[in-house]
Design a protein around this ligand. Structure first.
Ligand code: NAD
Length: 516
């Protein structure tokens, strides 16, 4: 037999373990189980495109608080009387942004670049500098439709993280049965350290550079951690400015305000979807959500909406953890009151901490609270194997993306804790994003009841398919038909969800083939 070329025999180096390789373990497992054709597997193992680019902006002047010691040197400095106090914008880190003409027309007393504000504190005036921010857009796969995925503004992001989140979108859009692929992107930035006008400049510049890569029929961004409907409005304006048919470009982003083409029901859609899954989970057992208890991590868009909806179904929230701390009330936390506390403009961190209707506990104590359910709705990787060993809940419904590590998955399965995996549990957001995109294309607007009716049907149908795959129970009911998806053996729920995604994606390659 002729000897093989040396390069053919070189062993493939074991890939370095990253957040991406961790996230892909479940893909590899499901691909093995269904014998995914090798070429389809190669197409899905890495993203179609990985874009890294930079956004530069000129920041505003700032007033930076100085220490009490340093302030002694300015003991006799009179306070500056501000004519236009609205020009000062207080940030979560205690600094003030000097917007526009904040000091114009005021009696300003400055010594050595320091001034005293009417609140009595001395601040150093720091002149705004230009800054560069690393930005990303990963387009993972478009076999089933245009790339689709959120924009994250957060200081702890990386290419590997965006690759993992983009791949998750490919699986999620397939599971939700909507004609999109997967993408994700954003900026390495802590948005709480920047003023409103600075964030506007950063967003406009980000979209200026992104415009080459996306389009309403190519790649459609949406809000994610650190971004919201206001950011989406800026992105839409920047993309469509000066275009002749700008109103036909409204579908360039989803998650917009309803007044400018957003969908009714979108802002609560992810939480609504989590709640529909939980409702169906209990309905199958002949139980209801009423009277159940839950703990929550994250009280942002997803966490607060899930809590509100579960609360309105009669469940009781016992504890919440967010980036600032953790609160607990064994009798149940009043969710509308907590929401009002978080949205109070004086609550700069928009945190649950300081809520009078509960007391503060250590973050780690969240994991020890006995409850029926835990809903992680913050960041990824929070439920580690150690955490999973401690949990005193019977069900985890993943509102966040990737909150449970692969090692924790094994612990949960050994301990018999049920799981509603992220790619189905939080698919409500992208499903209603799809409804928004259709409404934009058709220049229509649907009522919240219409949206929720469609969403409920989509969530419950696809969640039932996943449970049938997990139990190897091929059947046809009025709502769903799982016969083509079951694989002849039972599998865990996370793997079952991936099987559903891969079978739907693979069908495109099998029937349409590959472009050369
Ligand atoms: P958000 O920015 O509105 O809220 C994030 C929440 O997490 C805040 O309460 C914040 O305090 C908390 N948090 C941040 N860091 C934390 C930490 N280290 N420890 C504890 N809490 C922390 O974000 P969101 O839109 O609610 O998204 C939350 C999760 O849901 C993310 O994983 C996101 O990818 C996922 N998700 C969001 C949507 C959506 O429609 N918004 C859809 C699908 C999935």
């Amino acid at each position: 037999m002729p000897e093989q070329e040396p390069f053919m025999r070189a062993p493939t180096p074991a890939p370095k373990r990253t957040v991406y390789t961790d996230a892909m373990q479940i893909f590899e497992r499901a691909a093995d189980l269904i014998n995914l054709p090798p070429r389809v597997r190669l197409e899905l193992e890495e993203p179609d495109y990985e874009h890294i680019f930079y956004v530069t902006v000129r920041l505003r002047d700032r007033l930076v608080p100085i220490s009490a010691d340093a302030a002694r040197a300015f003991a006799d400095l009179p306070a500056t009387k501000l004519r236009n106090p609205d020009g000062l914008e207080l940030l979560a880190d205690g600094k003030y942004i000097l917007n526009g003409r904040a000091l114009l027309g005021s009696d300003v007393a400055i010594r050595n670049g320091h001034l005293r504000l009417p609140n009595g504190n001395v601040y150093q005036l720091v002149v705004g500098e230009s800054r560069r921010f690393k930005s990303y857009r990963v387009q993972h796969n478009q076999a089933r439709g245009p790339y689709k995925g959120g924009i994250r503004y957060h200081h702890e992001v990386s290419l590997d993280l965006f690759k993992a989140l983009a791949a998750e979108m490919t699986w999620k859009t397939a599971i939700a049965e909507i004609p999109f692929g997967g993408a994700k992107g954003g900026i390495a930035i802590d948005p709480r350290q920047y003023g409103k006008e600075e964030l506007e400049s950063i967003t406009l510049r980000f979209m200026y550079k992104l415009k080459n890569l996306i389009g309403p029929n190519i790649d459609i961004p949406a809000p994610d951690v650190g971004t919201n409907a206001e950011i989406m409005a800026l992105m839409y304006r920047q993309y469509s400015d000066g275009e002749r048919e700008r109103h036909h470009l409204r579908g360039i982003v989803t998650g917009k305000d309803v007044r400018i083409g957003g969908s009714e029901g979108r802002s609560k859609a992810t939480g609504q979807g989590v709640a529909y899954c939980i409702e169906d989970y209990y309905a199958e057992k002949g139980e209801s959500v009423r009277g159940k208890t839950f703990t929550l991590q994250g009280f942002g868009n997803v966490g607060s909406a899930t809590a509100e909806i579960l609360g309105s179904m009669g469940a009781r929230l016992l504890a919440v953890n967010d980036a600032e701390g953790t609160i607990y009330n064994g009798d149940g936390i009043d969710v509308p009151a907590l929401l009002a506390h978080v949205q109070d403009p004086k609550n700069l961190h928009r945190s649950v901490v300081g809520f009078p209707g509960a007391h503060r506990i250590e973050k780690s104590a969240l994991w020890d609270v006995s409850a029926d359910m835990l809903i992680p709705a913050a960041l990824g990787g929070e439920i580690t194997a150690d955490v999973a060993e401690r949990l005193k809940v019977k069900l985890i419904a993943e509102g966040a993306n990737g909150p449970t590590t692969p090692d924790a998955d094994k612990v949960l399965s050994r301990r018999g804790i049920d799981l509603i995996p992220d790619i189905i549990a939080n698919a409500g957001g992208v499903t209603v994003s799809y409804y928004e995109w259709i409404q934009n294309k058709r220049m229509e607007s649907w009522t919240e009841a219409e949206v929720n009716q469609k969403l409920e049907h989509a969530m419950k149908k696809n969640y039932r398919l996943i449970r049938d795959i997990a139990r190897n129970r091929p059947r046809r009911t009025e709502m769903h038909d799982s016969r083509a998806f079951c694989i002849g053996q039972p599998v865990d729920t996370r793997c079952a969800a991936m099987v559903l995604a891969l079978k739907r994606i693979a069908a495109h390659y099998q029937l349409e083939g590959f472009s050369q």
